[in-house]
Design a protein around this ligand. Sequence first.
Ligand SMILES: Cc1ncc(COP(=O)(O)O)c(C=O)c1O
Length: 439
Amino acid sequence: MALIPIPRQASNIDKAIPVHGYRKAAPGDLIDLAIESRIARIIKRSAIGGDDPFFVADLGQIVRQHRRWIQNMPGIRPFYAVKCNCDPTFLKVLADLGTGFDCASIEEMRAVLNLGVDPGRILFANPCKAPAAVAFAREVGVLRTTFDNIDELDTIKTHMPDAQLLLRIYANDEGAFICLGEKFGAHLDTTEELLARAWELGLNVVGVSFHVGTGATNPSSFCNAIKDARLVFQQAERLGFHPKILDIGGGFQDNCFESMAPIIRDAIRAEFPTGTTVVAEPGRFYARSVYTLVCRVISRRRQLGSAAASGIPDMLYQNDGIYGNFMNVIMEKEIMKPHLLKAKKSKAGNLGNPRASEISEKGNEMTKSTEHRYSIWGPTCDSTDCVVREVSLESEVKVGDWFKYKDMGAYTSTTATQFNGFSSECDIIYVNSEALPDV
Ligand SMILES: Cc1ncc(COP(=O)(O)O)c(C=O)c1O
């Protein structure tokens, strides 16, 4: 384990908690130590305060995910999808690791450029852009972008005539958490016409992109899209273009990455000649496991009367919910797994070693004790703001207790709202359990 070098641009890498004294600490222990010390500080500062959730980000986990990417997708350059998590410190580590960036908006481009990243490392991967955004991109030197419709070509001709264009084609994994095919991607019966129009306008088509959907599970959706991309390459070549770039988009998940990667690699090898530049736009794969979220119980409703008699679980209200960092409960039907942290009655009054909750790995199934059953709700006044429908924990939970949620880095802080006046800003504590390459 080592400290990350001081960055050139503003970020919080230099604030990552040093590992001095914790050299043998596993990444999970380092995160728990950071949580413990933050909670101790909150409690010391004020008996009442600490009403905001906070994240702990292990920057070393970014390095490990990047290593996994390189091992399993050799030669396929990742352009990290900034929409997934735009924390500048996270982006800075990726920049130092040498990834490219997929940006969808002016603000995302700004965030990356502010880190000193060369515009040539940015792909403006939004096929339906506002004219002002296209003009901005050209002004700052971002020339590679996607399109999937005729009108977009007109916008590009006006505001970025020297664009290097990728034709985004339709692709869909029915099993993905969120399918994107309904909104984006040209169907194969339209690609020839789109390419012909690009040719007519004197634009330069340099490749093809697709996205099978975020949280994909089926490697054949990639294989089908790769075959389709090959057909579109041939259509483009017939018109006189010289396409060189295949962009296989995002959709990669932690739990099936190693099994899907060789199938995707084989499909590319079977369809495309060597010399094709292959890139990807992973988001979730890089960000999800880096962040742990810590929430505090702010209120509790113990059931009384008929609700208690009929066994309805007691209700806990925590300081973050679906309008904050838990949007995935709605968007992706994610089953959240709270880990209860209980205060240790030590001399220092610190939080003790986090005690794992009784949740099975499969989710919120009640596998053991049924004594302390709860539903967990967010802080807003909306009744859809339910984070966990039912969970069984090993001990009673009281107001002021804390929950830890792992794997909270993807589409959490970037989708959080300020609904009901609850802030979407969260403190992030950085730890680092790995060495970064020198930059
Ligand atoms: C164009 C584009 N690229 C990349 C991504 C990142 O996808 P994922 O997080 O599933 O890897 C998305 C997510 O929606 C996207 O729309």
